[in-house]
Design a binder for this molecule. Structure first.
Ligand code: PA5
Length: 381
């Protein structure tokens, strides 16, 4: 499944697939039932597109083009290239059956193109912005195409929404407490929020979270800069900065006692440190402990060290990493982000800064209607 989209049009899908899919399945068993999701149109890398076409050549690709506006340069360009590739390989009629378009219900060039070409389409609700759209057709369709049980994601999200809806005292809800803690951190002079994730398989969630908070809050000179720490890799790089650098940080740590894979096509198993006679590597004190247990201890050790080093923060504890939990995490962060925007007095649902760059690019590349802007940018450059 080739997902063509950028920002909120692909980040949620990637977050789920990265967290659940077996990382090496395609290498172990090419005929595996796990359907890989790959991405295009999330950058302007020509070399990535060349390699993706090589991959498509070896496979039977199905393409989901996702763009709410239908005019974003990166996915539009990638889609034109990939569409040409499909049409040359399968013919116009057959390639139309391999293309699914997710876009605005009524308007935009992608909507007209899809209708003209007879693509299967799914609507993006008008009142849902890109970075809040993972639980809409934007995230759900590609995940369903790849075989994920998307009901589990929605059930996980519903649990969070329901708990907020039925709360007697909203101030006791974690979603409100997280929003309040972050804004308090900002108001007391913190500039950066570090989201520490326990597992590389959550890097996609981290990237999705960075977009959600960065695009929603970064307005009018406000907002915490969202960045991340991947445990334990980054303790050996950025960790020094967090422990001892500029004291303008707030840290949110996601902890997870059972991070072994339990969903999708993944395996569920544990690896424990074996006994070594002679103990020449001096690790027998860890004998019988699982890697996850050691990881958890490393997280706790760093959490305390960072706190002692002057980095306040909060902990979000999740039971496991599966579709249900991911749905809950999406709902949790989305609602918290919206509340945070209100507390900060910014509109969390627009992204005027991103639109600025999009317009400049139109001008620079000579899009009709943007000639004047293009001229003035070129003279400044
Ligand atoms: O959150 C947002 O609204 C943005 O990041 C958009 O998702 C991104 O710019 C892509 O826009 P579109 O779906 O219109 O191509």
């Amino acid at each position: 499944v080739v997902v063509i989209g950028i920002g909120g049009s692909y980040a949620g899908t990637k977050a789920v697939d990265d967290a659940i899919a077996h990382k090496y399945q395609g290498w172990i068993d090419q005929a595996s039932a796990q359907i890989p999701i790959v991405y295009a149109g999330h950058n302007l890398s020509e070399s990535e597109l060349v390699e993706l076409i090589d991959l498509m050549d070896a496979k039977q690709p199905l393409v989901n083009i996702i763009s709410k506006s239908g005019t974003t340069t990166e996915p539009s360009v990638a889609f034109r290239v990939i569409r040409r590739y499909l049409e040359q390989r399968f013919g116009v009629e057959q390639s139309a059956r391999r293309i699914v378009a997710t876009t605005d219900k009524d308007k935009g060039v992608l909507r007209s193109l899809a209708e003209e070409q007879g693509y299967k389409t799914f609507p993006i609700p008008a009142d849902i912005g890109g970075r809040f759209s993972v639980l809409s057709c934007v995230g759900l369709i590609p995940l369903a195409l790849a075989g994920y049980d998307i009901k589990l994601l929605l059930e996980g999200a519903d649990g969070v929404f329901e708990s907020i809806r039925s709360a007697d005292d909203l101030s006791q809800e974690p979603v409100v407490q997280y929003a309040a803690a972050r804004i308090a951190a900002f108001e007391s002079g913190k500039a950066v929020e570090v989201l520490a994730i326990p597992e590389p398989r959550l890097i996609g969630v981290l990237e999705w979270w960075k977009q959600l908070f960065g695009e929603s809050e970064g307005k009018d000179g406000k907002g915490l800069v969202p960045t991340g720490l991947v445990f334990t890799t980054d303790l050996h790089s950025l960790g020094q900065m967090v422990q001892d650098g500029v004291r303008n940080l707030f840290e949110t740590v996601i902890t997870c006692k059972n991070a072994t894979k339990t969903g999708g096509a993944s395996v569920e198993r544990s690896i424990k440190v074996p006994h070594l006679s002679g103990n020449c590597d001096q690790l027998n004190y860890l004998e019988g402990r699982s890697i996850s247990e050691i990881n958890m201890a490393a997280i706790k050790a760093s959490q305390l060290a960072h706190f002692d080093g002057g980095v306040p923060g909060v902990e979000l504890n999740i039971a496991t990493v599966d579709l249900h939990t991911l749905g809950a995490l999406f709902a949790f962060f989305e609602v918290s982000c919206a509340i945070g925007g209100v507390l900060l007095k910014v509109n969390p649902f627009d992204q005027p800064g991103v639109e600025e760059y999009k317009k400049n690019l139109f001008g620079l590349m000579g899009k009709p209607g943007y000639e004047e802007l293009g001229g003035s940018i070129r003279s400044r450059l």
